[in-house]
Design a protein around this ligand. Structure first.
Ligand code: ADP
Ligand code: MG
Length: 292
């Protein structure tokens, strides 16, 4: 492509809300063979809601939810917001907590009403030596439906499994179909549960899933997707995505993203969904092949 056609291409892209921050991104997009997508906030809305709560027969549901929501009230994770919103909607008052601790990618803990409360992924329970017992199978069943299972323990004993579900953005299925039509392999990278991620990926026809990735592991997960000389495009929205956006051959930050993500990206979308990513690929192919 000539410098003029690249100028025309980036201009046309800008009119469609696709901002190229680096000139060579148009070329590198056309050479991409893999598009890797962050799950939460990119494929999904990033606004989970509580869908299920199963407590052991020896426990009271409202009691456990009160304790759990009190701890989550100190967390800024979207999962925490979902749990707190559910407790408040049920009219529960949240007690004071102390000794709050958050372990990225695992979950949260604190003392509430004299009890030690833990809430998080199964790996948090494993790490703290809490046996999931019969709730393990229940959590796995919820995960197979594409929901994220979180476990709650009180004083070192498993008490409940809580599921949250994050709706897939309406535009996502068509975008995945368009990536496939462009000949791209589609991958998903997420910190979420392996079974949950697999269920969502199967529903969407995603080719490759890397789940239970800690924030610091995203770049390594991305590099593992490289195939030969093919270029790698990564799409994300969050603060956690900035290193992967920078490491990819083309990093695309979607519209609702944080400033940190936008700063690390080669391409920035005005819109909050994957339609802009499809447009970016489309424009790069047309420009590089000099098609009008
Ligand atoms: P992602 O952004 O892909 O969801 P995170 O690293 O933020 O990845 O979270 C990974 C997992 O850690 C979550 O799916 C959840 O199981 C657990 N987790 C993180 N924060 C919390 C929280 N506040 N309460 C309960 N679980 C949490
Ligand atoms: Mg995200």
């Amino acid at each position: 492509a000539t410098p003029t056609s690249i100028m025309v291409g980036t201009g046309r892209a800008a009119e469609m809300g696709v901002l190229f921050r680096k000139g060579d991104a148009l070329q590198l997009l056309q050479e991409s063979t893999v598009v890797a997508l962050d799950k939460t906030g990119t494929l999904t809305a990033g606004k989970p809601a509580l869908t299920d709560m199963i407590v052991l027969p020896s426990r009271d549901v409202a009691d456990v939810l009160r304790l759990v929501a009190a701890v989550e009230g100190k967390s800024e994770h979207p999962i925490a917001e979902a749990i707190v919103a559910d407790a408040l909607a049920k009219g529960l008052g949240l007690p004071e907590v102390d000794g709050f601790d958050s372990i990225t990618g695992y979950g949260v803990s604190a003392r509430v009403d004299g009890h030690a409360v833990l809430v998080g992924a199964d790996r948090l329970m494993t790490r703290e030596g809490v046996d999931l017992g019969a709730l393990s199978a229940q959590g796995e069943a919820l995960a197979r439906k594409g929901k994220t299972p979180l476990y709650a323990a009180v004083d070192g004993q498993i008490a409940a499994v809580i599921a949250v579900a994050d709706p897939i953005k309406p535009s996502t299925p068509a975008a995945i179909a368009a990536f496939h039509a462009l000949g791209l392999k589609v991958a998903m990278i997420t910190g979420d549960n392996q079974r949950t991620a697999q269920a969502i990926a199967s529903e969407l026809g995603i080719d490759h899933v890397i789940a239970e990735v800690l924030p610091e592991g995203k770049v390594a997960a991305l590099e593992g997707l490289r195939v030969g000389d093919g270029k790698l495009t990564f799409v994300g929205d969050g603060i956690n995505d900035a290193p992967a956006l920078a490491a990819a051959d083309v990093g695309i930050a979607i519209g609702t993203g944080t400033d940190v993500a936008i700063e690390a990206a080669d391409v920035v979308l005005m819109s909050g969904d994957l339609v802009g990513v499809v447009n970016a690929f489309d424009i790069s192919q047309r420009t590089m092949r000099n098609i009008r």
